[in-house]
Write a protein that binds this ligand. Structure first.
Ligand code: UN1
Length: 486
């Protein structure tokens, strides 16, 4: 059957079956969509922030009501196992709760003025329409980290989800509509919009002077395009790009904990998190023991239909992802890698999906392939002698998202967290690199893009800072003691 040009066919990665068709947004509609967002900003920025928080509170309530349904759709469309689908929606609920509290805490500073009879202060004002470009692997949570904060900060949001996951986005928008209906007329039309389609829609947002904030999650390749284009018009971009996350396992590590953390972080979400564990840097004194335990755990991992109870590894998103995994393994082998696992799985998995066995690849060195992010469950193993060597290896990749160390030695742990330690945005001790809580700022350095989303003071990216000085005296003293008598 031929598909009209303006329709996107959505296939489930579970078995390749068609699960929906959605109309694509025409590029010609973008100016109007952006104009609607701009108009919404005019009124939304004047709604008191705690009242804006009420909308986010209602959104959190509606998400709670539909948690199972939306999670099931995440499983169908992104291929996540049931527990991870539920976890993704929980992450949305958590950020809503966080943002509600935040709506009463958009604090600025008061600053001691050097002039008598003067007061200085810093006020945070809404920035304006905010674009959220999200990826397939967290098809709804990443939007919520941005949208919940942007809303309480006074910014309308235009969301461009991945072309691979439009259904979860549209379902989320239905939930949004319910929250908006309960909230009432103070929420302007166009406050929360969603556009469905390819890169050209994202480009329209990236290039628009009316969209001061662009938050984009995806590959470093995508970020290299988005970052400079937003900067060229002096907009603000918030980039969440690739990761190449490592774990250092030291001689004193609790290996039982380490094995569990490694398996979850390396194979969870079929290796398709930006926080997935991709490099294991192990001390030789424990290497044989750790690898033996890991191989044993890997050998019995249930792979298959992510809807089935007990399954831990669902499908890769599509055929191209599976091909990229095989190509990376072949390259690693050519660079001296010794490969365990990594084969395609066809038995006892739904036909039409792309299922793989996770791979452990022992490498002689941190080669070109190891330094690249391949979005699949490949864990490269490297060795080290001294902690400084391990930290240097961990940092010697272009990406800087997440990192961790397993140790019971306080000196090692603190050195890893110190200024001379991990260069990543996230650094953990005795916890894997993935599965961050929303309360902290999420993001990373170097080719990861430098953006921070979610908790802590990430909200500041969605606002503009204004420094105000008030003179309540009857004199006009100048700063720096400058004299200018007329
Ligand atoms: C992503 O993969 O884009 O820390 C986000 C984690 C999740 C978010 C991952 N909370 O693994």
């Amino acid at each position: 059957m031929t598909v009209p040009a303006n329709e996107i066919v959505v296939r489930s990665p579970i078995d390749g079956s068609e699960i929906g068709r959605v109309p694509a947004t025409a590029l010609t509609e973008m100016p109007q969509i952006i104009a609607r967002s701009k108009a919404a900003f005019e009124s939304w920025r004047q709604v008191p922030a705690p009242r804006r928080g009420e909308l986010v509170r209602l959104l959190g309530e509606e998400l709670r009501r539909d948690k199972e349904t939306l999670a099931a759709l995440v499983t169908a469309e992104a291929g996540k196992i049931v527990s991870e689908g539920l976890g993704e929606v929980q992450e949305m609920i958590d950020i809503c709760d966080f943002a509600v509290g935040l709506s009463r805490q958009l604090y600025g500073l008061t600053i001691a003025s050097e002039r008598p009879g003067h007061r200085m202060m810093e006020t945070w004002h809404p920035a304006g329409p905010c674009a959220v470009i999200s990826a397939f692997n967290f098809p709804v949570a990443v939007w919520s980290w941005n949208a919940a904060l942007a809303l309480v900060c006074g910014d309308p949001v235009i969301w461009k989800p991945s072309e691979k996951t439009p259904l979860t986005a549209l379902a989320t928008m239905r939930i949004v509509e319910r929250a908006l209906a309960r909230f009432g007329a103070e929420a302007p039309a166009g406050l929360l919009q969603c556009v469905i389609g390819g890169a050209e829609l994202g480009e329209a947002l990236v290039d628009s002077h009316d969209v001061p904030v662009v938050s984009a999650t995806g590959s470093t390749r995508m970020g290299r395009i988005v970052g400079p284009r937003v900067a060229a018009r002096f907009g603000r971009s918030l980039l969440e790009l690739g990761g190449n996350n490592a774990m250092i396992v030291t001689p004193s590590a609790d290996l039982d904990l380490a094995v569990r953390a490694i398996v979850f972080a390396a194979v969870g979400t079929a290796g398709q998190r930006c926080t997935t564990l991709r490099r294991l840097i192990v001390h030789p004194s424990i290497r044989a023991d750790l690898l033996q335990r890991l191989r044993k755990a890997y050998a019995s991992l249930p792979i298959g239909d992510p809807r089935r109870a007990g399954v831990l590894i669902g499908p890769l998103i599509d055929a191209a992802a599976a091909e990229r995994m095989q190509a990376a393994i072949t390259r690693a082998r050519g660079e001296g890698g010794v490969v365990f696992g990594g084969a395609r799985r066809t038995a006892e998995v739904p036909a039409g999906g792309h299922y793989v066995e996770p791979a452990i690849v022992e490498m002689p060195a941190q080669t070109a392939t190891v330094r690249e992010e391949t979005f699949a469950p490949i864990l490269y193993v490297l060795g080290y002698e001294s902690l400084s060597e391990a930290i240097a290896l961990q940092n010697d990749v272009p990406q800087g998202l997440s990192s961790c160390i397993f140790t019971r030695d306080l000196r090692e742990a603190e050195t890893f967290l110190s200024a001379a330690g991990s260069d990543c945005g996230i650094a953990n001790v005795n916890i894997g690199p993935s599965g961050a809580e929303i309360g902290g700022a999420f993001g990373g350095e170097k080719e990861t893009g430098g953006g921070r989303e979610s908790g802590s003071d990430s909200w500041k990216a969605y606002m503009r800072r204004q420094t105000a000085t008030v003179n309540y005296s009857d004199k006009l003293p100048l700063a720096q003691g400058v004299s200018f008598e007329i």
